[in-house]
Design a protein around this ligand. Structure first.
Ligand code: NAP
Length: 278
């Protein structure tokens, strides 16, 4: 299949690597000649260009730009493609994007591969990023079922697990498991920096796997974090308030030295955590 990828950063580049290795013909589009060159050298694309005309024969186009640029990019692509071309995006929020982009292109279906790293740009692209990860699609009532099936097949080629749901429900769910963790992790790093210099220095020396795990998403792509907050504001606030209530509850237990109930919470958490990770 001829697949266009617009925006050759971490996600666009990683998609190119894996889809190309599955035999798809990848047309990579970047705003920069240098990135086009790297895309060919790294095996991310079969052909690469800064010109949107190169997408004229693409059957599916994956828009992999930052969230704020997705609708604008689709508007720019439209004059060069045929009416049957399926456009999807990879943005981490869906409702806002689906609302605006479905109006621009009738064969638009929102998408979100649920995998990433703390890096960004084409040099951060890695193979097998999506293996075993969920890949969400958020069609509307007007979306053609055969288009959804074609996108699900792309997800399966990535060894990802396709999942179809409503855009609003997607945004509510990811606010808890993806966007909230970014803000919690960011707050953790910020809290650590507020220590006395000698304590801070020792903390930096002692920090190990626990801190690496809990701080990873708070120390990643800042632009992406702001976009999550801006475009999923109400759901993120809802999850942050819920988190704050739970944190206050834990503070209260510690202040009251209610070790038994604290242990019950931690024990229960240990039991339910695998439900999120399998
Ligand atoms: P990234 O590494 O920064 O890549 C984004 C690419 O988009 C850039 O490399 C650039 O490519 C292009 N771009 C940047 N600004 C642009 C603009 N104003 N107009 C048009 N193109 C622009 O970011 P990413 O992590 O791959 O994120 C891309 C998308 O994936 C976002 O929508 C994000 O929500 C979604 N996503 C991210 C993750 C994650 O964990 N990082 C996970 C799932 C989904 P060129 O220089 O080649 O033009």
């Amino acid at each position: 299949m001829k697949i266009g990828i617009v925006g050759l950063g971490l996600i666009g580049g990683s998609l190119g690597l894996d889809l190309r290795s599955q035999g798809h013909h990848i047309i990579g589009i970047s705003r920069q000649e240098e990135t086009c060159k790297i895309a060919l050298e790294k095996g991310i694309a079969d052909e690469s260009s800064t010109k949107l005309e190169a997408l004229s024969n693409a059957e599916i186009i994956l828009v992999c730009t930052p969230i704020a640029a997705i609708a604008k990019t689709i508007k720019q692509i439209i004059p060069y493609i045929n009416p049957e071309t399926i456009i999807t995006d990879v943005g981490s929020v869906k409702y806002h994007i689906v609302e605006s982009c479905s109006k621009l292109w009738q064969n638009f279906i929102g998408g979100h591969p649920m995998a990433g790293t703390a890096e960004s740009g084409i040099n951060a692209a890695i193979p097998n990023l999506f293996t075993g990860a969920a890949y969400v699609f958020t069609p509307t009532k007007e979306s053609k079922p055969e288009n959804v099936e074609k996108l699900k097949a792309i997800a399966l080629d990535l060894i990802a697990v396709p999942h179809v749901c409503d855009a609003k429900i997607h945004d509510r769910a990811v606010s808890y498991i993806s966007h909230l963790p970014v803000m919690v992790s960011a707050s953790l790093i910020k809290a650590c920096l507020q220590k006395q210099p000698d304590t801070l220095q020792l903390a930096q020396i002692l920090a190990s796997s626990g801190f690496r795990d809990t701080s990873r998403v708070g120390g990643g792509n800042a632009e992406l974090g702001v976009m999550m907050a801006k475009y999923n504001r109400s759901e993120l606030l809802r999850s942050l308030y819920s988190y704050r209530d739970n944190l206050d509850g834990i503070i209260d237990l510690i202040e009251k030295e209610n070790w038994q109930y604290l242990e019950e919470i931690l024990t229960n958490n240990g039991e339910v955590r695998p439900n999120f990770l399998n």
